[in-house]
Design a protein around this ligand. Structure first.
Ligand SMILES: NC(=O)c1ccc[n+]([C@@H]2O[C@H](COP(=O)([O-])OP(=O)(O)OC[C@H]3O[C@@H](n4cnc5c(N)ncnc54)[C@H](O)[C@@H]3O)[C@@H](O)[C@H]2O)c1
Length: 408
C-alpha cells in the first residue's frame, strides 16, 4: 500500500505522526504561553486593583464628626482676629458646603481664606456700611471684610426690606468670595422669601471666542420656599463646573471630563493642572458666557464694585478681591398667602417627581434635593474628606496654633 506521492504507508504514518507530534508540541507551547499570559494579566489586574483600592483609601480619610471640623475652622478664624460670631459663621459655611457634597467649596478653602487674612487682602473685622438706604433698595459696602459675613448681613437687609416693601434689593460692593450662594438664599427662603443671589468672581473663563481670562464662574442661586419639601434651590456657576471642582479633582488625583476646560492654548484637556492653567468652559456653550457676563454686570458694575479681570479670587493670597454681589428678596406673602404658596409648591414638586424614570435613574431630584439628601447622610455618618484636604486643614490649624483641636 502506497501513500500519497508514492511514499510508503509506514513512512506516511510515521511522518504524519511526527508532524502531528510537532503540531501538538507547538500547540502545547502556545497553550502554556496563553495560560501564562492569562496568569500575568490576572496578577497585573489584581495588583492594579489593589493599587487602586489602596490609592482610594489613601485619597480619602475616615469619616469625621462635622461639628469637630467646624470647631477647628472657627478656631483658625479666631486666631487671626475674626470675631467669635463671624468665625462660627465662616466655619459653618465651609463645613455646610462639605455636608451638601460640594467639597469644592468646603474646608478645602480654609487655607486660602487664612492666607488672605494673613496678608491683609481680606479684613478680619468685617465692617459693613450702607452707602444707599432707599426703601426697597440698599447698597452695602463690605470694605474688604469676610465675604461670608457680608453676604449674611445682606440677607438680613434684603429680607427685612422685602417684608416691608414686598421686595428688597441689596447690591454689595468691596466684598470677598463667600462660598456657595445657596448658604444665603436658603436662609431667606426659610423666612418666606423667594431669594436671588449672584456674585462675580476672579476671572477664569474667556469671552466666547477669545483667549484671555476675563469672566469669573459667576454663580447664581434662586431659592424658593418649598412647602413640606423645604427650600427648592438652584445654585450654580455659569461655567460647566465650579473651578473648585477642578481643584478637587487635582486633590483627589483624578482626571476631569474633557468638556470642563481647555488648556492655555485652547485645547480640550482631562488634566486638572492643565485646566487650571488654561480656561474653564462656560456651561451650555455661548449661553453660559452670556449669563456670566450679565451676572458680572449686576454684581460688579451696578454695585460700584470691581468687574471682569479686576476681581481677584480666593486663590490669590495678596490682592483685595473687589467682588460684588446682587441680592433680591421677594416676600411671597406680598403675592399670595404663604400657606397657599406652600400648598402649591407641594403640588408642584409631587407632580414634578411623579414621572416614569429613564434608564439608569432611580429617582428624579428637584433642584437642591441632592444637597439636602447628602446633608442628612453626612450628618449621620460623618464627613468623608480627601486626605489632601485634611492635611491642608491640619497644616493651617497648626500654623494658627490650634492644632490640638484636630479630630484626626
Ligand atoms: N462664590 C463663588 O464665587 C462661586 C463660584 C462658582 C461656584 N460657586 C458655588 O459652587 C457650587 C457648585 O456649583 P456648580 O455649578 O458646580 O453646581 P452643580 O452643577 O453641582 O449643581 C447645580 C444645580 O443643579 C442641581 N442638580 C445637580 N445635580 C442634579 C440632578 N442630578 N438632578 C437634579 N438637580 C441636580 C443642584 O441642586 C444645583 O441646584 C455652588 O454652590 C455655587 O454657588 C461659588
Amino acid at each position: 500500500m502506497r501513500g500519497t506521492n508514492s511514499v510508503p504507508v509506514w513512512c506516511v504514518v510515521r511522518c504524519r505522526g511526527a508532524r502531528a507530534g510537532r503540531a501538538m508540541h507547538v500547540a502545547g507551547l502556545a497553550l502554556n504561553r496563553f495560560l501564562e499570559l492569562v496568569k500575568l494579566f490576572r496578577s497585573t489586574y489584581r495588583v492594579k486593583k489593589s493599587m487602586r483600592e489602596t490609592e482610594s483609601q489613601q485619597v480619602m480619610g475616615n469619616r469625621i464628626d462635622p461639628v469637630r471640623l467646624q470647631e477647628v475652622a472657627a478656631a483658625v478664624y479666631r486666631s487671626i482676629g475674626v470675631p467669635e460670631q463671624d468665625a462660627w459663621l465662616a466655619a459653618d459655611t465651609l463645613v455646610q458646603a462639605d455636608l451638601w457634597g460640594h467639597q469644592s467649596h468646603g474646608l478645602l478653602r480654609l487655607g486660602w481664606y487664612y492666607a488672605r487674612l494673613q496678608s491683609g487682602a481680606m479684613q478680619a473685622l468685617t465692617q459693613t456700611t450702607l452707602e444707599v438706604d432707599a426703601g426697597a433698595v440698599a447698597v452695602m459696602d463690605g470694605h474688604d471684610g469676610l465675604g461670608q459675613v457680608i453676604a449674611r448681613r445682606a440677607v438680613d437687609e434684603a429680607v427685612t426690606r422685602a417684608q416691608k416693601h414686598g421686595v428688597g434689593v441689596v447690591s454689595v460692593r468691596n466684598s470677598n468670595h463667600f462660598g456657595t450662594c445657596m448658604y444665603y438664599t436658603r436662609i431667606g427662603a426659610q423666612q418666606g422669601c423667594v431669594m436671588v443671589l449672584m456674585s462675580n468672581a476672579g476671572p477664569n473663563m474667556a469671552p466666547w471666542g477669545g483667549l484671555k481670562k476675563k469672566i469669573g464662574t459667576n454663580p447664581w442661586s434662586i431659592a424658593v420656599p418649598g412647602g413640606s419639601y423645604g427650600p427648592v434651590v438652584m445654585d450654580m456657576a455659569n461655567s460647566g463646573v465650579a473651578r473648585g471642582k477642578i481643584y478637587l479633582a487635582d486633590k483627589r488625583r483624578e482626571s476631569i471630563p474633557s468638556h470642563w476646560a481647555v488648556d492655555a492654548l485652547g485645547r480640550p484637556t482631562t488634566d486638572p493642572k492643565a485646566a487650571l492653567e488654561g480656561f474653564i468652559l462656560p456651561m451650555a456653550g455661548h449661553k453660559g458666557y452670556v449669563m456670566g457676563t450679565m451676572v458680572d454686570i449686576l454684581s460688579g458694575v451696578l454695585s460700584g464694585s470691581q468687574f471682569l479681570d479686576k476681581v481677584h479670587g480666593p486663590y490669590d493670597p495678596v490682592n483685595r478681591s473687589g467682588a460684588g454681589h446682587f441680592m433680591v428678596a421677594l416676600n411671597v406673602a406680598a403675592f399670595q398667602p404663604l400657606n397657599a404658596f406652600h400648598a402649591r409648591m407641594d403640588e408642584y414638586l409631587t407632580s414634578l417627581k411623579d414621572v416614569p424614570l429613564a434608564e439608569g435613574h432611580d429617582q428624579v431630584f428637584y433642584p437642591g434635593e441632592m444637597e439636602k439628601l447628602a446633608d442628612t447622610d453626612n450628618r449621620s455618618k460623618g464627613l468623608l474628606l480627601p486626605i489632601d484636604t485634611l492635611s491642608d486643614v491640619a497644616r493651617v490649624a497648626n500654623e494658627a496654633g490650634v492644632g490640638s483641636l484636630l479630630p484626626f
